[in-house]
Design a protein. Sequence first.
Length: 275
Amino acid sequence: MTSATQLRREISARNLLRAVEHGHETTYGSVQSVIYNDSGDGTHGNFYPGAYRRIVAKPEWARRLTKAYTASDRVARSTDRQRHELDCAVSSDALLMNIFCAPGTCRSAALCRLLNVEPGLQPQFGTRTYTPLRDGYDDRTEVDMQLGDLLVEAKFSENGFGKARPNLMVRYPEFEQVFDVERLPRLRGEFRHYQLLRGVLAAQHHGYRFALFCDARRPDLHEAWLYVLSAVISPELRNSLLLVTWQEVAGCLSRPLQTFLANKYGITAADPLHR
């Protein structure tokens, strides 16, 4: 059982050790973040080598590498170059791509059973879904990954899922059809776990499934998911919503990739059949 800060501290310690062999810099603060650099030789300290080679060779995946890093002001000489979110050791997007861009991952029979997807699908990262709003506009929700009919929200060391005012949520015409609103948790009147609510609404509108990927060491994120899940009215929709841990995913992967995840993230493989 680990808080977001404790997990960031652990990942920082792990990556400060391994970063000695890679180009990197660190942020200021009580918990340093390691920011890796592209080595210039086709490798990158924040990525599994096989995954990184495939990412840079595929333009639609490589575009994800340009996602801006929002904490650049906590880096020395912050204006000398542009940093990117996926350079950061604690990036959940980088973790997701390390796994799903690695050779053989999407052909793993065990992983396909865990996620209930067909083998050999090509993941899409940072894709947009369109959920209608009452004013005639669409909510263009970005999902971290789409794999077939499965939308994925990936979390690792983030604090949570954000919150939204009631007048924002009622703009979704399906909000009160999908959720028993009285069961949804609130904080000072605002609905908690907004990213999860948006994800479920997008899945409902498009006829997709939705999964939260998070760490087994983060019971706070598991609890948030269960609060949202318990408020879903339709049993059919509820059965299409998944909670998957990185440890379960790791249990479906190749030994070299498992070793990489264990060393860099402290993610040790769990048997996906024992959920």
